[in-house]
Design a protein around this ligand. Structure first.
Ligand code: CMC
Length: 430
């Protein structure tokens, strides 16, 4: 819906009428798509500080109010009333499933949890001490070599099949990376268990003992998955969309998303945050690290703090802190020193002028490492858990893109600041 417009005055008395698009929620956008072809001018916005890359109906963030909705539903209500697979269904299909759809969807996802036996051999090519995100990037990318039977993504059927394959196999792929890294036997999935229950069993059971699932931990992990399931056009989601815009298959696109997520400014922050808390070590050392975070000449940042969009608080961080309390209580770890340290660090930072004036608040990654560590997930695997959950959102975003009538291959322009055209000198004259 375009009602208003703005006028851009360019050199040589050139003007350009800019339509203004009013979103359902959020800020109006200037539609500059025809600017280049009509005026021979482009826009510059490195880091997409002011640029929307697509229209989307999936997720909405209100950074000022600290709100997050999936398909219009607030994250707090979804975390309370739904499980992760219902949320995944919602992200993909636009509506929550009814009881029958829920049971059918859960059934089909768990029945795609096995991975090809040949793919299991693939792991042996990796060093045992390889970072599991490196393994995941490789193994997920390799899935396209196994499922080339379903590659006509113009059809709903092939898109749906790839979706349940990726979602179903992700816990198995991650658990296998973990088992391989510690030299333990691989545990096959158990289709009787819930999505998160099955992941916990594949991670922590072994063939010699009976495995008892703790329902509090199972539910906590499910909520962690819900909180990480989507987050509109963040770096990894934009990577998935950009990769997919060339027509690349979803396995390749998700592998690209995983690679991007790994970075410490994005999903890798949960691992970096836990390492930072361990490095701080004691409440008495907090002022020193706060000072470092504020020092322009020091590249140290308070990991788990700050967000491009949230300028009030990250609603996921609040929920994560609650989950953290529940898990630590269930495991009798209320006195966990890292949790105490994190709460004190949060308190001190939130009272500090630097963090207040720059609107830096704890983000989802601040408490997620502490919960995951308490559950027994090794630090190196934290971002894998994030990737597992985000696969639901990445795939929904990928499908929205390739079915969008406005979809085009992503192809940014640049401002060239290199040499003028020049001649190649002969070797002896260089
Ligand atoms: N500690 C200290 N200073 C910070 C921090 C921090 N964590 N975050 C931002 N700042 C400062 C930054 O130095 C800058 O200062 P100045 O204006 O003087 O140059 C100002 O605050 C604005 O920061 P920015 O880096 O320009 O903001 P951005 O929107 O480009 O980056 C961010 C957002 C999340 C990458 C950044 O806040 C950060 O690196 N945080 C730590 C890493 C982290 O926790 N990442 C997880 C993000 S949430 C989960 C996810 O989406 O993956």
């Amino acid at each position: 819906m375009t009602e208003q417009s703005a006028v851009l005055n360019l050199p040589n008395n050139q003007t350009f009428q800019i339509p203004i698009i009013e979103p359902v929620a959020g800020k109006p956008c200037l539609d500059i798509r025809k600017l280049g072809s009509q005026t021979q001018h482009f826009t510059y916005d490195s880091g997409f500080l002011s640029t929307a890359s697509c229209r989307s109906t999936i997720t909405f963030i209100d950074g000022e109010q600290g709100e997050l909705w999936y398909r219009g539903y607030p994250i707090e209500q979804l975390a309370e009333k739904c499980n992760f697979l219902e949320v995944a269904y919602l992200l993909k299909n636009g509506e929550l499933p009814n009881a029958q759809q829920k049971s059918e969807f859960e059934n089909i996802v768990v029945h795609h949890s096995l991975i090809h036996e040949q793919l299991i051999k693939f792991y042996q090519g990796f060093r045992r001490d390889a970072h599991p995100m490196a393994v995941m990037t490789g193994v997920v990318g390799a899935l396209s070599a196994f499922y080339h039977d379903v590659m006509d993504f113009r059809t709903q059927q092939d898109r749906d099949t790839s979706y349940v394959r990726l979602l179903g196999k992700m816990p198995t792929i991650i658990a296998l990376a973990y088992k391989y890294s510690i030299g333990m036997p691989f545990m096959y999935p158990d289709n009787e268990l819930s999505y998160s229950g099955n992941f916990l069993r594949m991670m922590f059971s072994n063939p010699c003992e009976e495995f008892k699932l703790n329902p509090v931990i199972e539910r906590a992990l499910d909520i962690i998955f819900i909180l990480h399931a989507d987050h509109e056009q963040n770096a990894s989601t934009s990577t998935v969309r950009l990769a997919g815009s060339s027509g690349a298959n979803p396995f390749a696109c998700i592998a690209a998303g995983i690679a991007c997520l790994w970075g410490p400014a994005h999903g890798g922050a949960n691992e970096a945050c836990l390492k930072m808390l361990e490095e701080i070590g004691d409440i008495k050392n907090i002022p020193h690290y706060i000072k470092r975070a504020k020092d322009k000449d020091d590249n140290f940042k308070l990991m788990g703090f700050g967000h491009r969009v949230y300028k009030n608080f990250d609603p996921r961080a609040k929920l994560m802190k609650k989950v953290c309390h529940q898990v630590l209580q269930e495991l009798n770890l209320q006195d966990d020193p890292l949790f105490k340290l994190a709460m004190e660090l949060e308190k001190i930072a939130l009272e500090d002028d630097y963090f207040v004036s720059k609107q830096l608040y704890p983000n989802v990654d601040f408490y997620s490492g502490i919960v995951q560590k308490a559950i027994g997930i090794p630090t190196k695997m934290f971002t894998c858990v994030f990737a597992l959950a985000r696969t639901a959102g990445w795939l929904a975003q990928w499908e929205e893109m390739i079915t969008d009538p406005e979809y085009k291959i992503g192809r940014p322009r640049q401002i060239y600041v290199g040499h003028q055209k020049r001649d190649v000198p002969d070797l002896l004259q260089r």
